[in-house]
Design a protein around this ligand. Structure first.
Ligand SMILES: Cc1ncc(COP(=O)(O)O)c(C=O)c1O
Ligand SMILES: N[C@@H](CCCC[NH3+])C(=O)O
Length: 435
């Protein structure tokens, strides 16, 4: 049976189904808190993105921003889907290597890459290093000289666009820690340095205006700025970027307050804007790369928790506490992010009219996963399933209070597979040394 609410979900015997698997059975088999990914949703979204490019007949790459959720299994799926990936640390490069991910399909980002990370990237032949600042240009030059080799680079520019999203999720405004500013000609200066450097092959330009954005406008403006800059550089330096990388940031639905357009519609608008502007400016149509993280992985993820204690504060609120919280999903505490959930073992039961608050088990009053939600009457042992937790959830997990990081399971075509084990107490003290 398919339930129509803000999230469409399938149920069987009153249980929430994920990817053809009973979520309550998953919770009992692997324990909770548990992160479950419906892999078919990941593949589907990638294919939606690809179709838009193909319909518009442009050269493209879909580069998964793996910071949203990086694991060996995730990189394996990206390899199967023939995607590029964007990595931002030695740890993500290492993990991609463990997955045998093809390094030529890797973009290396970051606003303070270390020499060790640059060496690792260059030695492993990553496809492109996305330069973020002048210090990095000189570090990379040293690394390339020492290793006597060359690499592809792109310049990350700050287009001077403030996206409408949480302040912590804005990156494209002039006052941003990321990238070369266009306005003050930092970007132009960086371009000259790279063009003069025989060890750096300047592939293109990159801009990322922020994350969880709902309006198309900002993306279109940033895309047009990239084309304008390309045209300007073509005229001034006889150099035209082969690639325009427009970043990610396409917003997804977390709660009933969100009403985003389909992620691929952002891309369609961007591609059309780049085609039109390139034509107007009389420059060759570049290849267009996107770097979505959240929109690929977010809606595919579900967090399962077991309900424990309950506290009713007379006439004010009822707190229903689960066995996870800010350690496996910091987003509500960090960004006041809203989520929706169901009781997975009572998935078709009518919710009560009085809302409850879902609290986590961490020693912080701010550890509230959902402020207000109408659920059927809960009891200890019920399984709470939160929707759309796949991006920046496990990826930002911590061991606060020395709670264990959850296990992660992939489901597809009715099969489930453990892809990250639950941490053990031994794991917690593995790096500790006695004093
Ligand atoms: C450079 C860059 N590319 C891509 C992304 C992915 O963003 P999102 O997960 O919102 O698609 C980010 C994160 O904001 C980013 O910093
Ligand atoms: N972690 C943020 C997004 C940051 C995107 C990375 N630049 C979130 O959960 O919304």
């Amino acid at each position: 049976m398919m339930i129509e609410n803000d999230f469409d979900y399938e149920t069987r015997h009153n249980h929430l189904m994920i990817g053809g698997v009973d979520s309550v059975e998953l919770a009992h088999k692997y324990g909770t808190p548990l992160v479950v990914y419906d892999v078919s949703k990941i593949r589907e979204q990638i294919n939606h993105f690809k179709s838009v490019f193909e319909d518009n007949q442009v050269e493209y790459e879909v580069s998964y921003a793996s910071k949203a959720f990086a694991s060996v299994a995730t990189y394996q799926v990206m390899k199967q889907e023939n995607c590029h990936i964007d990595v931002v640390s030695g740890g993500e490069i290492y993990t991609a290597l463990q997955a045998d991910f093809p390094m030529d399909k890797v973009s290396f980002h970051g606003n303070n890459k270390s020499v060790e990370e640059l060496v690792m990237a260059v030695k492993n032949h990553v496809g492109v290093i996305i330069l973020d600042n002048f210090h990095e240009i000189s570090l990379l030059n040293q690394v390339l000289e020492e290793l006597n080799t060359t690499t592809n680079v792109m310049l990350r520019i700050t287009p001077g666009i403030s996206a409408h999203t949480h302040e912590y999720d804005q990156t494209g405004q002039v006052d941003s820690k990321f990238g070369f500013d266009v306005e003050s000609k930092q970007a132009e200066q960086a371009l000259k340095m790279v063009l003069d450097n025989p060890r750096m092959n300047m592939l293109g330009i990159h801009a990322h205006i922020g994350s969880q954005i709902f309006e198309v406008n900002g993306f279109v403006m940033a895309a047009e700025k990239l084309v304008d800059l390309s045209a300007e550089w073509h005229q001034k330096f006889d150099y035209q970027p082969q690639v325009l990388n427009v970043g990610g940031g396409f917003g997804i639905k977390y709660s009933e307050e969100d009403d985003p357009i389909a992620p691929e519609k952002f891309v369609d608008a961007i591609v059309k804007a780049i085609k039109k502007r390139s034509n107007q400016k009389g420059i060759n149509l570049p290849a267009i790369w996107i770097e979505p993280g959240r929109s690929i992985i977010g809606p595919a993820g579900y967090n399962l928790y077991t309900v424990g204690s309950r506290k009713d504060v007379s006439g004010i609120k009822s707190y229903v506490t689960v066995d996870g919280g800010m350690g496996d999903n910091i987003r509500p505490a960090l960004y006041q992010a809203k989520y929706e959930a169901v009781i997975a073992n009572k998935a078709n039961d009518k919710p009560k009219s009085t809302p409850v608050r879902i609290a986590g088990k961490y020693c912080e009053s701010g550890d509230i996963l959902i402020q207000n939600i109408n659920l059927p009457r809960t009891q200890p042992g019920d399984i709470l399933a939160m929707f759309a937790t796949g991006a920046y959830g496990y990826a930002m997990a911590s061991n606060y209070n020395l709670n264990l990081k959850p296990a992660v399971v992939f489901v597809e075509n009715g099969q489930d597979k453990l892809v990250i084990k639950r941490q053990s107490y031994e794991d917690l003290v593995r790096l500790d040394l006695k004093y």
